[in-house]
Design a protein around this ligand. Structure first.
Ligand SMILES: Nc1ncnc2c1ncn2[C@@H]1O[C@H](COP(=O)(O)OP(=O)(O)OP(=O)(O)O)[C@@H](O)[C@H]1O
Ligand SMILES: [Mg+2]
Length: 259
């Protein structure tokens, strides 16, 4: 039996009269790579923000490792947050800091490492994302793909058990997409982390996921393996994956995603 590491139970979330989640129910299993798909504005980012406590829930609960983590105190939340790394949509780096100091940020927020310890960990994380030696670079000088990878280096700085990715491939050129997709898979395997990706990029979803869940108008309307979603006959699922699926005769896409 798969162990639920994260559980959303009847989570309701609205902004004013705009209901994002009527009742969100989802279990995320330890060690799996799950992708949550859904159209723009369906609440993918909101889901991740509720999970790390940037947004509260209106009712229902979110559990992590068996404990309720929704609507808890800042200090309880801090304990959870250091176990979860997140790559934000748009990377959310501090432009005024260089690459090293961006990656060092969570280390200083959650502990008192020496400068030497920081340097060692930063170097390791940059190595992990395939960008060794760029510590002194200014964030403003980085390409979109590099920004995402530095954001990922920051997300893994505390060696989290869970990695959350918000639209990791959006806005990147095909080579950078292939790179980040490979990294997601690699980190999931190498560090045995639980991986949660939210995206509307179907090829990326197929490539990284053990399981895919689809959200639509406030509910999870599908959960299953990539093969199960490929052959789902739910019209909403079909519309979504067909609208996003690569052209089968597009050789570059096929090569990139391995068919
Ligand atoms: N802080 C907020 N205040 C008010 N409304 C919000 C807030 N955050 C999100 N929303 C609304 O909640 C809905 C879901 O937003 P969310 O950002 O989660 O969508 P998404 O699925 O991530 O979309 P995209 O694919 O464009 O990133 C949207 O209608 C959005 O306008
Ligand atoms: Mg979003």
């Amino acid at each position: 039996m798969a162990v639920a590491l994260i559980e959303f139970e009847q989570v309701r979330k609205a902004f004013g009269s705009k209901v994002v989640y009527e009742s969100l129910n989802l279990e995320i299993h330890e060690g799996e790579a799950i992708t949550v798909i859904g159209g723009s504005g369906m609440g993918k980012s909101v889901m991740l923000k509720m999970l790390i406590g940037l947004l509260g829930v209106d009712s229902g609960t979110i559990k992590f490792d068996g404990e309720v983590i929704s609507n808890v105190t800042q200090s309880q939340l801090a304990k959870v947050r250091r176990r979860i790394g997140m790559l934000f949509q748009g990377a959310a780096l501090f432009d005024s800091l260089n690459v090293r100091d961006n990656i060092a940020y969570p280390l200083l927020e959650h502990g008192r490492p020496t400068p030497k310890e920081i340097d060692a960990r930063v170097a390791e994380c940059l190595e992990d994302v395939g960008l060794p030696g760029i510590e002194r670079h200014k964030v403003a000088e980085l390409s979109g793909g590099m920004r995402k990878r530095v954001g990922l280096a920051r997300a893994i700085a505390l060696r989290p058990e869970v990695l959350l990715y918000d639209e990791p491939t959006t806005g990147l050129d095909p080579i950078a997409v292939a790179h980040i997709v490979d990294l997601i898979v690699e980190l999931n395997e190498r560090y045995d982390v639980t991986t949660v990706v939210v995206t509307h990029d179907m090829p990326a979803a197929f490539r990284v996921s053990d399981r895919i869940a689809m959200i639509d108008r406030g509910y999870i309307i599908f959960e299953g393996s990539p093969d199960e979603i490929r052959y789902s006959d739910d019209a909403r699922v079909r519309d979504f994956i067909e609208g996003n699926a690569p052209e089968t005769d597009d050789i570059q896409t096929l090569l990139r995603y391995g068919g």
